[in-house]
Design a protein around this ligand. Structure first.
Ligand code: CA
Length: 188
């Protein structure tokens, strides 16, 4: 006879943890955790954030369904994130593979420099080179305003320090001010 005490529940499978591995201070990032449960039971998740804090046990959730958990960090460093699951009987899985999250103190890219001709002829394309440096060596995007109503909206990503060549032509005689700004991959 099978008694309650002798019932042996299978543990959930090792959870799959996914989410970013680089970020900046005080921004919330989404991690997804998901485990299947061989008995089809609901599962709870526990995430160790690597900074001495954890999510506590979250759930119950249907097994095999990704669950999103948010986290921010308020100090720079490298944080090892891991998740585990348990079933409704409290039988726990093994830990997920870790994610190593690097939190940096992000600094925006420098104001871009613009190189190219200051005088030209109507209807002729001219090349301009835009360059900026990001002190964190993050990839960068450029927003370019050609002064005639035309813009390049956040073209990129480009390596920090890499000159980006873009041509433009003006179709009406006049004086135009070309302006450029840059942002990095953290939108800063
Ligand atoms: Ca940066």
């Amino acid at each position: 006879e099978l008694s309650e005490a002798s019932y042996k529940s299978n543990p959930p499978a090792k959870p799959v943890l996914s989410g970013p591995n680089t970020g900046v201070l005080d921004v919330f990032y989404t991690y997804n955790v998901c485990a299947t449960e061989p008995d089809g039971e609901d599962v709870y998740y526990f995430v160790d954030w690597g900074d001495g804090t954890d999510s506590g046990w979250l759930g119950p959730y249907s097994q095999g369904t990704p669950v999103a958990v948010l986290k921010s960090w308020s100090a720079t460093g490298t944080y090892i994130i891991q998740a585990k699951a348990k079933d409704i009987h409290g039988v726990t899985s093994e830990w997920s593979d870790p994610i190593s999250m690097v939190i940096i103190n992000d600094v925006p890219p420098n104001t871009p420099t613009i190189k190219g001709k200051a005088r030209g002829v109507v209807g002729t394309p001219y090349p301009y080179t835009f360059t900026t440096v990001d002190v964190n060596a993050d990839d960068v995007y450029y927003y370019i305003d050609w002064g005639d109503g035309a813009v390049e909206e956040w073209v990129g990503p480009y390596d920090s320090g890499e000159g980006v060549g873009i041509t433009h032509q003006w179709d009406t005689k006049g004086t135009y001010k070309i302006r450029a700004k840059a942002k990095d991959i953290y939108n800063i």
